[in-house]
Design a protein around this ligand. Structure first.
Ligand SMILES: NC(=O)c1ccc[n+]([C@@H]2O[C@H](COP(=O)([O-])OP(=O)(O)OC[C@H]3O[C@@H](n4cnc5c(N)ncnc54)[C@H](O)[C@@H]3O)[C@@H](O)[C@H]2O)c1
Length: 455
């Protein structure tokens, strides 16, 4: 099939590449000319495990192309995927400017007699498929054209960090349309991706649009629930790891997504929770659980700060902190709404300095915050002259570090771990002051964890 994908970010680039992998002819379009130039030169513009190999193979074979020219991309394309940003507007609702802007352009460019399926992959509020349809129809009517097309909803569920796997083997594919013609096209397109029997679920456009928000918001509820349980654990002397295992073995609850931490981030959960709350509000319903989720998550991002302050007698002015992890989760270079950024802000505000390391997200962080912090080439170099170590992202390479090195380099043997990476007994036997989330604090007397200040 000939496919156009509009937007080459995390969703567009992964979708376009994975559609080309099953033999489709894909042209991806972006307004960012620099990005398109890099992609055409064979440079993968995001970090996503497994993507580069597929990208290079399909690009070399001529099935995956990039352009800034929308007209060229949609020419002869049966399918047009919208993978455009839907950032939060000031009131929390999804900003549809990009989606409707492209709909207008499509209305100008589409030709009579060429059937097209316009597929929305962006996360959008209920009713957007109808709005995109109306926008295209309006432009066509102004030009006295009679266009034949369907606008359908196909929300994307890929997770950054495992996006290629998720796309190639999705748990389910959701297709929102009542057009039999579009159902046939989409069934053919997705057949290679659901060979193991995972379902393609067909439904109306509105239900498909809401499904995406419901899924992300439910997951945000699950994380926030565990973050609250962790808060209770710390206050009553229970261990959240034990509680997590205890409840996760119940099939009705499930083992996944029960890990407490320093809050969810990323481009999706924060904005999708807000947008669903706003949509419900607009429809006359106060979605109270989501109010709590947003509040809990904001607080959770600051969870480590009072612990750090308390350890340093409420004064961290002039202190230096090593920070491991900047991305909002491991295996991605995405720092949108990352808890690490909130931690950096608080440390700098209090007069401390920060030396950070992240395997993939340092370039994006530098682009966003400049040289406000030091970027270290390795995780251990962050420890030079650092008073304590803070961990914000659970990259695998942080899980079994050289504790002797950490201990000899840090001024205080103190670790504040927002991702519960280390074993409590091990931390105790190594003599670290160790604080994590929802677990016992390993408290070593200050004179045993600090070294004499060097002059
Ligand atoms: N990132 C995820 O994990 C994820 C997962 C599922 C769904 N989504 C949803 O998918 C959508 C896209 O998310 P993303 O993370 O890929 O966004 P992104 O910001 O990474 O990428 C969007 C791309 O669209 C381009 N663009 C903007 N206007 C354009 C236009 N007029 N024509 C062509 N290109 C244009 C931008 O330059 C950018 O490259 C959002 O609605 C998001 O909520 C994201």
């Amino acid at each position: 099939m000939k496919i156009a994908v509009i937007g080459t970010g995390y969703v567009g680039l992964v979708s376009g590449t994975c559609f080309s992998e099953t033999g489709n002819e894909v042209t991806c379009v972006d307004v960012d000319a620099k990005k398109v130039e890099k992609l055409n030169a064979g440079e993968v513009t995001i970090y996503e495990p497994g993507l580069e190999k597929l990208f290079l193979r399909n690009q070399k074979d001529g099935r995956l192309k990039f352009t800034t020219n929308l007209a060229e991309a949609i020419e002869d394309a049966l399918l047009i995927f919208l993978a455009l940003p839907t950032p939060p507007d000031e009131d929390g609702s999804a900003d549809l400017r990009y989606v409707l802007g492209v709909a207008k352009e499509l209305g100008m460019l589409m030709k009579e007699g060429e059937y097209k399926v316009i597929v929305n992959k962006s996360t959008v509020p209920v009713g957007t498929a109808e709005k995109v349809n109306a926008t295209i129809q309006e432009v066509a009517a102004s030009k006295n054209l009679s266009l034949t097309f369907d606008v359908i909803s196909n929300p994307e569920f890929l997770r950054e960090g495992v996006a290629v796997d998720d796309f190639m083997k999705p748990d389910r594919v959701i297709i929102g349309t009542r057009s039999q013609k579009a159902i046939q096209v989409m069934s053919d397109l997705y057949a290679p991706y659901v060979r193991q029997g995972n379902p393609i679920l067909f439904m109306d456009e509105r239900s498909a649009e809401l499904t995406k928000y419901a899924a992300n918001s439910f997951l945000a509820v699950k994380i926030s629930f565990m973050n609250e349980i962790a808060q209770v654990c710390e206050r009553v002397g229970a261990d959240v790891d034990m509680v997590r295992r205890g409840i996760g073995s119940d099939d009705r609850i499930g083992k996944r997504f029960l890990f407490p931490g320093i809050g969810y981030g990323g481009s999706c959960f924060p904005k999708d929770v807000q947008a669903l709350h706003k949509s419900a509000d607009d429809a006359g319903y106060n979605f109270r659980i989501l109010d709590a989720v947003m509040e809990i998550n904001d607080e959770q991002k600051q969870h480590l700060i009072p612990k750090v302050l308390k350890y340093f007698n409420n004064n961290i002015k002039g202190r230096r902190f090593a920070l491991w992890g900047l991305s909002f989760k491991p295996n991605t270079d995405d720092i949108r709404e990352a808890p690490a950024l909130a931690i950096i802000d608080r440390l700098l505000e209090a007069g401390a300095t920060v030396a950070a390391f992240d395997p993939e997200a340092m370039k994006n962080t530098r682009n966003q915050i400049g040289e406000k912090i030091t970027f270290s080439p390795t995780q251990y170099e962050t420890l030079h002259n650092a008073d304590a170590l803070i961990i914000a992202t659970e990259w695998n390479e942080f899980r079994t570090p050289d504790f002797n090195k950490i201990s000899s380099m840090l001024k205080h043997k103190a670790i504040f771990d927002g991702r519960n990476l280390f074993d409590l007994a091990q931390m105790e036997s190594l003599g670290f002051h160790y604080e994590s989330v929802g677990r016992k604090k390993i408290s070593i007397p200050e004179n045993k964890t600090s070294k004499p200040e060097t002059v």
